[in-house]
Design a protein around this ligand. Structure first.
Ligand SMILES: [Mn+2]
Length: 435
């Protein structure tokens, strides 16, 4: 695994060691030198007439915890507010390669928000970004830069906040998204990123275990949510990577259910799709539990079909295959499976009829991480999550693990969490015997 990742580092010409040591200064668990390498990589991907402009989030929301824009965070490691990072292509006639514009903080802002990164020596030292200027200089800088680089690639906050400014600075400017380039950078994880993802996965597994212990008929879905959240926090997770799905009985057939307010009945299945975020990286792990601690024969045979599909996909996943190809293999697996179920019209159908979503997605700073749609390659992290949803029977089953692509295949990063039906029953049963 280590060899695979270092191989990737060599292939994109990252120089020097990016492995953190005690002396390596880090931001959010990532060596600051790695942020500089990321910005250098983006710079290399820009065409001569392009410029990348990435804004930070603008203001702290009152109802939600602040979370920096993932692309801005990936390139700076700074939870700045109203900042703008400008990256120029190599061989730009302008002298600069990268400039970060940050606002001065007012006395009141410091009282309300606490200290934020400002254009000063401290931010230069902490971030390793040398050229940090006053936010008030941005407009004039862009007016000059857009003359030479009229194609601007923007992140989401920049599209919202800076579109008017850019058009004023240069009416000829062509605006598009920087996501396609960012996907190429973000899809391959460095050793430091993989270490953070392992932490997120560890916290998520603890959440599943705590939740399974609390599961019994009569419990409310939101109580289970609380149990998982408590375990996340005890493992250092700042927040969830996405709203928890804790879906009992018929709710398991609503794919984006996260109201989590129903009372769990005896004999039902509870589909639990949760992911802790750790230092801006998220896990995404699903298990399906029998509320009473025992699968019915019907639940068990469908569960077994989903688990077999997962194991099959796992064995087929290796460098060179695309996620779309992997998905098609699992569709065929379900189509050829001997089991049948009735659809909403009472007709018997093969199992592929009940597998209605994508098998996989990339995973990283975002739960559905930016995806350049390239074949799997060492250093990529992705999910495999087959599921079967049979509303006529009130049964929804999904099993999802998180995988790191290695030289020869994949490593299941979430393998510490049981998934065999007998082990799942023991996880739920363990809670009962303690009460
Ligand atoms: Mn997922």
């Amino acid at each position: 695994m280590r060899r695979a990742v270092l191989g990737w580092l060599a292939s994109v010409a990252f120089v020097g060691s990016t492995l953190a040591t005690a002396e390596t200064p880090t931001l959010w668990g990532i060596p600051i030198g790695e942020y500089a390498q990321r910005r250098a990589q983006l710079r290399k991907l820009l065409e001569p007439d392009q410029i990348a402009i990435l804004a930070s989030e603008s203001s702290p929301p009152t109802r939600l915890k602040f979370r920096q824009d993932s692309n801005f965070m990936y390139l700076t490691g700074l939870e700045a507010i109203n900042g703008v990072l400008v990256i120029l292509p190599k061989d730009s006639p302008l002298e600069e390669s990268e400039v970060l514009f940050l606002p001065r903080q007012s006395r009141l802002s410091r009282l309300f928000e606490g200290p934020l990164p400002e254009p000063n020596a401290q931010t230069r030292r902490e971030s390793g970004i040398e050229d940090i200027r006053e936010r008030s200089e941005l407009r004039e800088f862009l007016a000059q830069a857009l003359k030479v680089h009229p194609r601007a690639l923007l992140n989401r906050p920049a599209r919202t906040l800076l579109t008017d400014t850019l058009r004023e600075a240069n009416p000829e400017v062509q605006l598009s998204s920087v996501d396609r380039l960012m996907a190429r950078l973000r899809v391959i994880k460095s050793p430091a990123e993989i270490a953070l993802m392992r932490k997120a996965i560890e916290a998520t597994i603890a959440g599943h275990r705590a939740l399974a212990q609390r599961l019994k008929p009569g419990v409310y879905e939101y109580e289970l949510e609380g149990a998982a959240q408590d375990a996340f926090r005890r493992h250092g997770s700042e927040r969830e990577g996405y709203p928890m799905i804790i879906a009992s009985g018929p709710n398991a057939c609503i794919l984006h259910y996260h109201a989590n307010k129903r009372r769990v009945n005896a004999g039902e299945l509870v589909l639990v799709d949760i992911g802790a975020e750790y230092s801006y990286y998220t896990a995404d792990i699903t298990r399906t539990y029998p509320a009473s601690g025992k699968f019915t024969p019907r639940q068990r045979e469908l569960y077994r079909a989903v688990l077999d599909a997962l194991k099959y996909a796992e064995s087929e996943a290796k460098p060179g295959i695309t996620l779309a190809q992997l998905h098609q293999k699992v569709v065929a697996f379900f189509r050829n499976h001997p089991l049948r179920a009735r659809d909403e019209n009472g007709e018997l159908k093969t199992l592929d009829h009940f597998f209605v979503h994508g098998l996989s997605h990339m995973l990283g700073m975002d739960v559905h991480d930016l995806d350049p749609n390239l074949p799997l390659a060492p250093g990529m992290v992705f999910t495999i999550e087959p599921g079967l949803y049979v509303p006529a029977e009130g049964i929804g089953i999904r099993i999802e693990d998180n995988y790191l692509v290695t030289e020869k295949g994949v490593e299941n990063l979430s393998r510490a969490l049981p998934r065999e039906p007998e082990a799942i029953e023991r996880m739920v049963g363990a809670g009962k015997s303690q009460r």
